[in-house]
Design a protein around this ligand. Structure first.
Ligand code: KG4
Ligand code: ZN
Length: 335
């Protein structure tokens, strides 16, 4: 069989990444240059700093990816790139680089939605089967998505305020943890107990939406109150209580969606999909849905990377989706 090779770009936030993907499912290279140390001192991603780092890193990432994959430009079939959602200046660097390669080597340019990319990280575990549902949890998004076909996605529920990862990072800051703090809270949570029992927002509402700002506020108020009265609270119990509430809410709405929609698979993806508590909870909940296959994005591909963009790009390529060289970054892109 003919082998299809896609060069994929991702630069929507604070990771510069370039990958070479074979037939949409095999990673020949996935170079990820993280800028996280440049943003830590600010407690979050500074857009202007992100853009500058992307510009410095991107050509080196392309060279590394091609070398690691042992392919040259002549071997490529297409170029895929994240064009939104994300930080506009950051996105523009990947879009410009992808266009340059597509133009210089006369290759088709495939536009990829970053969130569709997160979903396709699951492709490296197993082929996707439709219809499917995806729980997409990241630093910027928290949504339940109905997947009618390989490129036909519809949001059925989403957060009304903070994204799950954003809430993790904000309470981590209050605990004095460094940014991003999701992974550390996850680890702390396994050493503590849900002794605070923070609120579970919107669980009884008849929709698939989420809210994390009430949980975040309850957490922050508890810590500030303890500070004022000179009481010291157990960090592991705080983390465990926060995580219990966040995971409960995510699992509850996901199960509700599984009851309503007849699907073949449930896909868990996005940065927060690396959460051990959430992964274990969904394993447990899915025993009640034996006809639904749970596919969790591989731990190494939960965070931002170009491999997932290459996998999503391959499906778009097969579907005949192409962009012209006037492709622009779309910071608020939706499905
Ligand atoms: O998908 P991602 O890499 O970037 C965005 O597109 O937003 O997600 C990053 C988010 C951060 O908020 C980070 O704290 C969170 O994912 N995260 C976690 C874990 N690992 C990363 N949150 C909870 N538990 C984890 N183990
Ligand atoms: Zn992301």
């Amino acid at each position: 069989a003919e082998r299809n090779l896609i060069l994929a770009f991702e630069s929507s936030c604070d990771e510069t990444s370039v990958a070479v993907i074979e037939n949409g499912s095999k990673i020949l290279a996935n170079i990820v240059a993280t800028q996280i140390n440049s943003h830590k001192r600010f407690g979050g991603v500074v857009p202007e700093v992100a853009s500058r780092h992307h510009i410095e890193a991107i050509t080196l990432c392309v060279a590394d990816a091609l070398e690691q994959a042992q392919v040259s430009y002549e071997d490529l079939d297409a170029v895929a790139v994240t064009y939104g959602p994300g930080l506009v200046g950051a996105l523009l660097v990947g879009v410009a680089a992808a266009k340059a390669v597509a133009f210089a080597h006369n290759l088709p340019l495939i536009p990829v939605n970053h969130m569709a990319g997160h979903i396709y990280a699951a492709r490296f575990v197993s082929p996707l089967k439709f219809p499917a549902l995806a729980l997409l949890v990241s630093g910027g998004h928290t949504e339940l998505v109905y997947l009618a076909g390989p490129t036909d996605f519809k949001i059925i529920g989403e957060t009304r305020d903070d994204a799950a990862g954003e809430a993790y990072d904000k309470v981590g800051r209050v605990l004095g943890l460094s940014y991003p703090s999701g992974k550390e809270i996850d680890e702390l949570a396994h050493q503590g107990h849900d002794s605070f029992h923070f609120p579970r927002a919107m669980e009884n509402e008849d929709n698939f939406d989420f809210s994390f700002s009430g949980l975040k506020s309850a957490f922050i108020n508890t810590v500030h109150h303890a500070d004022q009265v000179g009481e010291s609270l157990d960090k592991a119990d705080l983390a465990a209580s926060f995580q219990a509430s966040a995971v409960d809410v995510l699992a509850h709405k996901t199960v509700k969606a599984l009851r309503k929609f007849d699907v073949k698979q449930l896909i868990l993806a996005g940065g927060v999909a690396a959460n051990k508590g959430l992964r274990a909870r969904l394993d447990q909940e899915l025993t009640a849905f034996p006809e639904v296959e749970l596919i969790k994005a591989p731990l190494k591909l939960c965070g931002d990377n170009a491999a997932m963009i290459g996998a999503a790009g391959y499906e778009a390529y097969q579907a005949g989706i192409r962009a012209d060289l006037d492709l622009n970054a779309e910071p608020s892109l939706e499905f």
